[in-house]
Design a protein around this ligand. Structure first.
Ligand code: D41
Length: 673
């Protein structure tokens, strides 16, 4: 017994806390679905143990608390609440209860429902007397709401006087006030730009707007309203069907939802549900399900209601788009380019209609910004077809002794070092070809035409080899046997032979191609050629330290470091060694001494504009051949700007910085030709 008492008390405390977050702070901590679950659990326990119900229990005051500043209004006819179903079976049960109570013989196959979207806004009551809007009130707890006449009068789609004639003397219209999505986005954007408070969702924005004390503020909010039923009616009669009543309200100037439809039986309801769910993202307003109402008012009256819920209506809710779950682990996935992506492993949770158990956290900065830790309770969101995301951590539920997740220093796939350049969000594995995660991409690059050039080894085949582990690194390509290839699906004798020949032919290459093929980051074709030209042979490159690498044309500190990082990994050296053992070879060349001895040694050039009779690439090659360096942008370190015709901003900058400006003749003079 005391266990139950404790449980009830803790539920109440939890619910009160969330009420406070929601109503007072306007800053929710858990998704609605979780709040509803807590509430239902409390209701269930209190029902089982009525002796434990106390007047201050949150169940004794469903709905929002009227704020002190707004005037309270007692609804002359209580505003009912609406039961929920989530699953098809529950809808079927609802329908069977209706059919039974109405004593249908045939299971009420032909029973008609008025179906409409369930807007995610705020229920309100509008009182019209002699056609004039005399009072608007929030639903509140269904019995007592707040007077919001001053704010509702600012909503353009609410008539201050009913149109036409034939309306009852007293007509209470009930409906939903909401903020259309576009208006919400625009409002938040403006508020953010002005450094003002933004709203988490359109529903909160609508609620906040309606409860403003100053109608001038409410008037700035893009609110709208759809009528969904009537309350008090005196001095007049309304049509006999819900659908007709809404039509009638429309003729009197009220706005009703255009998506509404009369449907037949459970099958009709489900069809409507699916239609609306499909349309959901395109609708200009947020909805959280659909509502079915028995269309005949006579039948509604026969059915009546039970504990404030009509027996003739039910909300069929969409799966919640936000749910709570716990983080069971945080792994780092290695992508094809070596980028490490943190992924949260979750206790599987049904959200937005699917079960989610993995969510990407994008990169380490994002992970730290959200501060997600193993053991955390998190809000997971999946809206429409958007990929699921962790919205935020519920910090209050964090277990003791959690640790902040750190970027691993070694690759989880291949154990190579992980590097992250300053100012870059992405961390990468340095394993390159050695890392299985990067293998397929690296191999594709290796065999490409401008690299080692193996014709016939396409992307699909490479993926196959990698998947079945028959190629671990580029050297393995040279270990493939013809018979083995021919046995492969879709590869005949002939193409196997062609491939073997292409592999054989690729063994005779150049040092530049070989270096490019290795796929060292930042080492493109041009840099590979410069490296080959500068050092002339592979052993010199393997031995070169960063300082020596910097002497290579076009190689800056960043590239030099990338090359050194790559060559410092033993497995990369092993692959290079194996490739040579297996017959990959090239002709060494005389190392060019240009950078050290040429007339342009130590000088840095920038090229701009159109040079007469020479491409910029040729000019670059000429400068490099004579020992100069060519960079892309002008700075105080630039020795010369080689400017052709139509030189633009670079010329202006050079002049501003006092950098020497040359034309081609000037360059030739410098070189001495
Ligand atoms: O769109 C809505 N949110 C909506 C709410 C609707 N389309 N119809 C509704 N119908 C009712 C009854 C059946 C009681 C007249 C409702 C609500 N009620 C409702 N909204 C908030 C509490 C109840």
């Amino acid at each position: 017994m005391s266990e139950v008492r404790k449980k009830i008390e803790s539920l109440r405390e939890e619910i009160r806390y969330h009420n406070y977050r929601y109503h007072t702070l306007d800053d929710i901590e858990v998704p609605d679905a979780e709040y509803d679950r807590l509430m239902r659990e409390l209701q269930r326990l209190e029902k089982e143990h009525p002796e434990l119900v106390t007047p201050d229990s949150p169940t004794q005051r469903v709905g929002s608390e009227p704020s002190e500043a707004l005037v309270k209004v007692t609804h002359r006819m209580p505003m009912l609440s609406l039961g929920n179903v989530f699953a098809e079976e529950e809808l079927q049960e609802f329908h069977e209860r209706v059919a039974e109570k109405l004593e249908f013989e045939d299971g009420a196959q032909s029973l008609q429902y008025a179906a409409e979207p369930k807007l995610d806004g705020l229920a309100v009551s509008l009182m019209f007397e002699d056609g004039l809007l005399v009072r608007a009130a929030t639903r509140g707890d269904g019995t007592t709401g707040e007077d919001i006449t001053h704010n509702v009068r600012t909503i353009a789609s609410v008539p201050l006087r009913l149109l036409g004639d034939g309306y009852p003397v007293v007509l209470e219209v009930r409906g939903e006030v909401f903020m259309p999505r576009a208006g919400f986005e625009a409002f938040n954007k403006k508020a953010a730009a002005a450094g003002e408070k933004t709203f988490v969702n359109p529903r909160n924005a609508a609620a906040g707007s309606l409860r403003q004390l100053d109608p001038k503020l409410a008037a700035e909010r893009p609110l709208d309203m759809y009528a969904y039923s009537v309350g008090l009616v005196e001095g007049g009669v309304l049509p006999g069907h819900h659908s007709e009543i809404l039509d009638q309200l429309q003729t009197w100037g009220l706005k009703v939802c255009p998506e509404r439809r009369v449907v037949t039986g459970v099958a009709g309801c489900l069809e409507f549900y699916n239609d609306i769910q499909r349309k959901r993202d395109e609708l200009p307003y947020d909805i959280d399900g659909v509502v079915y109402k028995v269309d005949s008012i006579a039948m509604q009256q026969e059915l009546g209601f039970r504990s404030r819920e009509p027996r003739w209506a039910v909300a069929h809710k969409f799966p919640a788009e936000e749910e709570l779950t716990t983080v069971e682990g945080i792994d780092f996935q290695v992508g094809r380019t070596g980028a490490l992506t943190p992924v949260a492993r979750l206790a599987p949770v049904f959200v937005g209609g699917v079960t989610v158990s993995n969510v990407t956290l994008h990169n380490i900065d994002e992970l730290h910004r959200k501060d997600v830790r193993v053991g955390d309770t998190v809000i997971v969101r999946r809206a429409g077809d958007v990929i699921p995301e962790v919205v935020k951590v519920v910090k209050r539920r964090r277990p003791k002794k959690t640790v902040e997740v750190q970027l691993p220093t070694r690759c989880p796939v291949c154990d190579s070092h992980v590097v992250r350049e300053d100012g870059e969000a992405v961390a990468r594995c340095t394993g390159g070809l050695y890392c299985k995660a990067q293998r397929a991409e690296a191999l594709k690059h290796f065999v490409s035409r401008r690299a080692i050039d193996i014709d016939g080894l396409g992307a699909k085949l490479i993926q196959q080899f990698v998947d079945e582990d028959s190629i671990g690194n580029p050297a393995d390509i040279y270990r493939l046997e013809k018979d083995e290839l021919a046995e492969r699906e879709r590869m005949g004798e002939k193409s196997a032979e062609n491939l073997v020949n292409a592999i054989e032919a690729s063994k005779s290459t150049t040092l530049a191609r070989f270096l490019f093929a290795l796929g060292i980051r930042e080492v493109g074709e041009a840099t590979a050629a410069n490296l080959a030209g500068h050092f002339g042979n592979l052993p010199s490159i393997l031995e070169a330290d960063e300082e020596e690498l910097l002497k290579v044309p076009d190689v800056g500190p960043k590239v030099a470091k990338r090359i050194r990082d790559f060559l410092d990994e033993q497995h990369n050296l092993d692959v290079i060694d194996q490739l040579q053992q297996l017959g990959v070879h090239w002709q060494d060349v005389e190392p060019s001494q240009s950078a050290e001895d040429g007339p342009l040694a130590g000088k840095t050039f920038v090229i701009t504009g159109t040079l007469p009779g020479m491409t910029r690439d040729d000019a670059k090659a000429l400068i490099q051949k004579e020992g100069g360096k060519v960079t892309g942008s002008v700075s105080s370190k630039t020795s010369y700007l080689l400017a052709g015709e139509k030189a633009g901003s670079k010329l202006a900058k050079a002049e501003k910085l006092g950098v020497n400006v040359l034309d081609l003749d000037g360059l030739r003079q410098l070189i001495g030709t």
